[in-house]
Ligand binder design. Structure first.
Ligand code: HEM
Length: 204
């Protein structure tokens, strides 16, 4: 019964997570982003990638509250959405910014070193997406948790990516830094509590 419910529910959940993408695609096709669609789409895809990274970091602390237990069902979807919107951000960069010219990308990398921080975060998200299946979880055992802790490093890289490119307006960098610092802080506190508990139970 539960499996049937999950299967029935999944397409709707998928549509919800795809809504920002569908909205961007629709606006692009209706010509709303012209004359410079690349610039705006780059910003929007980056913002949605950050939103889903923040959502992925929120799931575990929220699940500690009984009322939000059901979130466990969507944890993988949220993480995969963070990866999806980051990939979209990269595809927009390659197509609309670079026009698939490797020579252009090489000179852009010299001008914009913050791209390396973005690439690092994306590679981490890729590794987490590949290992997000139940099969991989079993295969990696204890190392799965260790690997998935890389999300903290990816988040720091994203903050770096945002601040490094600031020219005038800092609002986006400030908003996401505050959100990420709060979420990473929550994780740190909860990990410390867990460590204390294991030390206490080991000494009893
Ligand atoms: C291969 C990886 C990445 C590349 C090549 C890349 C490249 C870029 C570039 C070139 C810009 C500036 C666009 C402009 O000049 O208007 C930018 C902005 C942005 N990126 Fe990335 N990025 C990458 C990964 C990421 C990731 C993983 C995230 C978040 C999860 C992210 C979030 C953002 C955001 C929010 C902005 C907009 C910042 C603003 O307008 O203030 N990027 N990225």
């Amino acid at each position: 019964m539960k499996a049937f419910w999950d299967r029935k529910e999944k397409p709707y959940v998928l549509i919800v997570f795809l809504l920002p993408f569908l909205w961007m695609l629709g606006s692009l096709l209706m010509g709303q982003y012209f004359p410079d669609p690349g610039k705006l789409l780059m910003r929007l895809s980056g913002i949605w990638a950050c939103v889903f990274v923040a959502a992925a970091l929120s799931v575990t602390p929220l699940m500690k509250i009984k009322r939000f237990n059901w979130l466990v069902r969507y944890r993988r979807f949220v993480g995969l959405s963070a990866f999806f919107y980051s990939m979209l951000h990269l595809v927009i960069y390659l197509l609309l910014f670079a026009g698939l010219s490797w020579r252009w990308i090489r000179s852009d990398l010299v001008e914009k070193p913050y791209i390396y921080a973005g690439v690092f975060a994306l590679l981490v998200l890729l590794a987490l997406a590949i290992t997000s299946t139940k099969k991989m979880m079993k295969r990696l055992g204890r190392n799965w948790k260790r690997l998935h802790r890389l999300i903290y490093l990816a988040t720091i890289a994203i903050v770096l990516h945002l601040w490094w490119q600031v020219k005038g307006d800092t609002s986006l960098a400030v908003i996401f830094t505050v959100v990420f610092v709060m979420l990473l802080g929550l994780r740190l506190i909860s990990n410390r509590k867990k460590l204390k508990k294991t030390i206490v139970s080991a000494t009893i």
